[in-house]
Design a protein around this ligand. Structure first.
Ligand code: TXA
Ligand code: MG
Length: 338
């Protein structure tokens, strides 16, 4: 299939919207990561998303909206605490799960009776949804299991020839996927950490619960609260070793375990203190910069032909919880203490 590369200009967004209305797939920028968009209300179109990504069909998609009236039509009701979340954080990197209405096909909800919805803050994304005229189902626009895409070239690498078009809207400003919170039970549950931190959620909701799978590998046989959490994720081809401790311990570990093709994934300024190839994924005390860089850095590790990646353990507070969550998955849930 020929894949059109489009700009974020109005005339190109219009072409993208037309592709969506015709049941096609378009890679689009959002503030978090690039998404692979289809008409969320068209089960056949959504099926093509799973095929293009190689995604297991029981892993539900997030539905993206550009105005609140679309939310009303997708869920059975918008309770007060959901309204307060939307007031505080939409448009923005927050996804809210509620019981779904009859218009949401099973393909979109992965067979569940709930639906995940978010209103992105990226203006190109919102305009694209508006031009499409329908709510947009969009998982991250990567091949399933690969690091999520944070610029158009990542989408081109993974999906060129498999989808109808890609809109180049530059680099994503947040860099990790949205925070996912479920409001289907009594206590709100944080299913995936992102740019909206647990503290920010608590400031609106009061008490929340953090799903165990945010920190640990879900045990075999136990049903994950969010289907996506049971799959291997964000992994470059290289083996990722996540190393917790100070820089001296990290350097000692790297120097004694280095291979000819290894890569040190470190913090700004540490590159020149190591004898191996090194790449920074942000400032040591700057979780926001780490979030923005982490996926591109994991992809770069593959481009550089690294066989082993020695990754510095991030500060896991605030937005850092999202960085930690992505890295621990890339490392197969193993941490090496030094
Ligand atoms: O930032 C984002 O959220 C990006 C951009 C494109 O908006 N999208 C994204 O989608 O990350 P995806 O499909 O890669 O991740 C969606 C996550 C998965 O872990 C999925 O299992 C979970 O949300 N999810 C979706 N619907 C759900 C539901 N009804 N119940 C529980 N988990 C759900
Ligand atoms: Mg994804």
């Amino acid at each position: 299939m020929e894949t059109l590369i489009l700009s974020a200009d109005d005339s190109d967004l219009y072409i993208g919207g037309e592709i969506i209305r015709n049941g096609g797939l378009v890679g689009i920028p959002t503030e978090t990561v690039y998404g692979l968009a289809a008409n969320a209300l068209d089960g056949q179109a959504v099926k093509r998303i799973y095929e293009a990504k190689g995604r297991p069909s029981d892993n539900p998609l997030i539905v993206h909206i550009c105005e609140l009236s679309q939310w009303d039509s997708l869920v059975t009701a918008v309770p007060d605490r959901a309204k307060r979340l939307a007031d505080a954080f939409w448009p923005g990197p927050l996804t809210v799960i509620l019981p779904k209405s009859g218009i949401v096909p099973n393909e979109t909800s992965g067979g569940l009776d709930t639906v995940a919805v978010r209103m992105p803050s990226n203006e190109t994304a919102r305009k694209f949804i508006e031009y499409s005229g329908v709510p947009i189902a969009a998982p991250s626009a990567n091949t399933s299991g690969m690091p999520s895409p944070t610029c158009a070239s990542h989408v081109i690498n993974d999906l060129f020839g498999k989808i109808d078009a890609i809109i180049d809207g530059g680099e994503c400003s947040v860099g990790v996927e949205s925070t996912v919170v479920s409001l289907t039970g009594e206590v709100p549950v944080l299913l995936r950490p992102g740019g909206i931190t647990p503290q920010m959620l608590e400031s609106v909701l009061g008490e929340i619960r953090i799903a165990p799978a945010v920190y640990r590998k879900p045990e075999n046989g136990i049903k994950a609260e969010s289907p996506g959490m049971k799959y291997r994720h964000y992994s470059p081809k290289a083996k990722v070793i996540l190393i917790r401790g100070g820089f001296d311990g990290y350097r000692g570990y790297v120097e004694s375990h280095k291979t000819p093709d290894c890569l040190a994934l470190c913090f700004d300024g540490e590159e020149k203190l190591l004898s191996v190839r090194a790449l920074s994924y942000g400032g040591e005390n700057d979780s926001v910069s780490q979030a923005k860089r982490i996926f591109a850095a994991l992809r770069e590790a593959d481009d550089m032909g690294a066989d082993t990646v020695f990754a510095r353990y991030p500060n896991d507070g605030g937005v850092g919880l999202a960085v930690y969550n992505r890295l621990i998955r890339a490392a197969g849930f193993e941490v090496t203490d030094v």
